[in-house]
Design a protein around this ligand. Sequence first.
Ligand SMILES: [Zn+2]
Length: 82
Amino acid sequence: MSDQQHCKDYLTQISDFIDGDLHPQLCAQLEEHLQNCENCTIVVNTMKRTIELYRVSTEPQEIPQDVRARLFKCLYLDDFRK
Ligand SMILES: [Zn+2]
């Protein structure tokens, strides 16, 4: 079994998922996975909360790619480096 690898495959899509840019088919797969995976659910919730905080504290705009990348990398390491 390689659940972590499986999760990583999904986590690479979470950024697009949150933006609503993810292909509908992949989106459905990810949502199904989230229902069975607490790990990925936590990552998604954390990402959403962080993005919302960012949006209310600044002008409405996209998070810069470097901020997003740092956040994503940080979450990644916390959840999967163990
Ligand atoms: Zn997962």
